[in-house]
Write a protein that binds this ligand. Sequence first.
Ligand code: NDP
Length: 293
Amino acid sequence: MSATIIDGKAFAADIRSRVAEQVAALKTDHGITPGLAVVLVGSDAASEVYVRSKGRMTVEVGMESFEHRLPEETSEADLLALIAQLNADPAVHGILVQLPLPGHMNSDAVINAIDPTKDVDGFHISNVGLLGTGQKAMVPCTPLGCLMMLREHLGDMSGKEAIVIGRSNIVGKPMAHLLLGESCTVSIAHSRTKDIADVVRRADIVVAAVGRPKMIKGDWIKPGATVIDVGINRVEAEGGKTRLVGDVDFDAAREVAGAITPVPGGVGPMTIACLLANTLTAACRANGLPEPE
Ligand code: NDP
């Protein structure tokens, strides 16, 4: 039997409309408009696309969008000065510095200069520490989106075997912490993992965040498992065109899995929806208001 396809696009649209309602209530009841500042340094083509859609969706849910585009050759000191200005600006509740930054900048120093309460990407070292110790943190958007889809689909995950393939700071590691928080038994695989197929075969939950097209094969998947594919890989298609595929061999895996996210239309849309939800949370916290559900 073919797997249930987890529709991230529809789920993300639901989240955005809930955020929009809560933003409207915040304006009416408290006169507060949540504001998200996005900083883009240089002109990386993929980053340009992300920043444009983030800006558009921020405005669509009724928030204020502040875009700061800086030239590639901007000095780190100038970027830090802009961050200090945004930290101090009460109209800005969330700050996102689009990665990757140009090579002459120290990304860690830049990210850690953001006020942690405005760090809606959840990459600041204090948010990483809070998440790692199971405390209330600003959670990175992509793993948060994956968790929301898993909760929606599976409900209680306690005791399930989960594998996260990939150990990056922005996806793999925070995802593993979130699954641990759900009381899963968590394995983290990476490029040095031996017999990765065997580790994946044990898992009830598979989160793939590798960046290698169709690396996870259908016969690695345990029958009935839930598969979340974070990978976004552009590959050549017929007629000299390109198309996006995930890290999982979708057509083969869907014949075995219980549920699976497609690429595109799975994790991707959830990431931006979670960014907006985090910005709303930051605005509520900054004003001492109860956090949205
Ligand atoms: P990174 O390149 O930072 O990390 C990739 C991870 O995969 C590393 O931990 C690496 O291991 C591991 N890896 C590489 N090759 C193998 C292999 N052969 N076997 C097992 N593990 C391997 O990537 P990101 O975490 O930033 O992103 C992962 C994917 O998710 C990318 O396709 C990216 O485009 C996508 N992505 C999608 C988002 C969305 O919104 N949908 C958001 C963010 C990312 P090691 O540490 O040993 O090198």
